[in-house]
Write a protein that binds this ligand. Structure first.
Ligand SMILES: [Zn+2]
Length: 325
């Protein structure tokens, strides 16, 4: 049957939706995007997601019925087995939304839902930088820091589907306040949001820097501006970046020591810094982690780029199908 081995991947983010029909080999047969318009609330977002899913299936020349399953990556905390979105800070009004059941009803297919970072971890394992790797850890350094753990080729889900929240591991016990309520989370330093916030705080305190001019105003400084400042040898940018690398290295050294992975895969907007991030990072992690564990691990950029959402969602479906779930 030519229709075997195709799933629909659906990525539900705070600002955009993405969907695609994906083959087992990782070919995107069709894809599409739409704005989430999260302010309209869960019903409107689900309606949009359903029409986007139908649109990409049609674009691929396939009926929904010919797809094996639908995989979903969604921001927020997911009760994995049932596909209920418990809460999602970037999706206003989403509390205990039975996303999996709603989509299954509207699309007439089996639907498997996972948190978007965990979906991305599965996506990189199946189609990207983690292919063939038994034990890998994925982190997305983005607005926040999400993560997923691949243990023995499978997503490690933990007691209620939430394992891998590496962004909320504590790297400074009395440190900056995180949106989760804890102090000193990795996310409160090394996410794009907090890299920018740390720079803005020091600019506001009067530290000499060209960052304000570079961004067109202190309020407009982003993590990308800080990286540009590093390239231009702006002293404040260099100091912020050095601190970011040190804290990220501490977080990754914990990951190495706890999980003994063969690969750590970093994705998300902050990794656009490229060699400025990856070149110094390994030595800084090695300076903290145990040598015996450090010698088997590589720290690499994610491979799936902007398509990671759709590939990740598709990988969620394939993983469930493979395990007979
Ligand atoms: Zn936190």
């Amino acid at each position: 049957m030519t229709m075997q081995g195709r799933v629909l991947g659906l990525d539900i983010g705070g600002t955009k939706l993405a969907a695609g029909v994906c083959t087992e080999e990782g070919k995107l047969v069709s894809s599409g995007r739409a704005l989430t318009d999260a302010a309209l609330g869960p019903d409107a977002v689900i309606t949009r997601a359903v029409s986007l899913a139908k649109e990409v299936a049609e674009k691929a020349g396939l009926s929904l019925g010919s797809l094996q399953a639908v995989g979903v990556g969604c921001v927020g905390a997911v009760e994995g087995e049932t596909g209920v979105i418990v809460s999602a800070p970037n999706l206003p009004g989403w509390h205990q939304v039975p996303l999996g059941a709603r989509l299954a009803q509207a699309l007439g297919r089996r639907v498997f839902v996972e948190n978007d970072a965990k979906a991305a971890a599965l996506g990189e394992h199946r189609f990207g930088a983690g292919q063939g790797v038994r034990n890998s850890v994925y982190l997305t350094l983005s607005t926040g820091i999400g993560g997923g753990l691949i243990v023995e080729h499978r997503l490690w889900r933990g007691a209620n589907g939430n394992a891998g929240e590496l962004g909320h591991s504590t790297v400074a016990f009395d440190g900056r306040l995180c949106k989760c309520g804890n102090r000193g989370c990795l996310e409160a330093y090394a996410s794009g949001t907090h890299i920018a916030a740390r720079a803005r705080e020091r600019l506001a305190a009067g530290e000499p820097s060209t960052l304000g001019e570079l961004a067109g105003g202190i309020d407009r400084v982003t993590s990308a501006t800080v990286v540009e400042g590093v390239r231009q040898a702006d002293p404040l940018s260099l100091s912020i970046w050095e601190e970011t690398l040190a804290i990220l290295a501490a977080g990754l050294a914990n990951v190495v020591n706890i999980f003994n992975p063969e690969r750590i895969i970093l994705g998300g907007g902050v990794t656009r810094a490229g060699p400025l991030l990856f070149e110094p990072l390994r030595d800084k992690v090695a300076a903290r982690a145990l040598p015996q564990l450090m010698k088997v691990v590589s720290i690499v950029p994610a491979m799936l780029g902007d398509d990671v959402g759709v590939y990740g969602a598709a990988a969620v479906a394939f993983a469930h199908l493979a395990s007979g779930g």
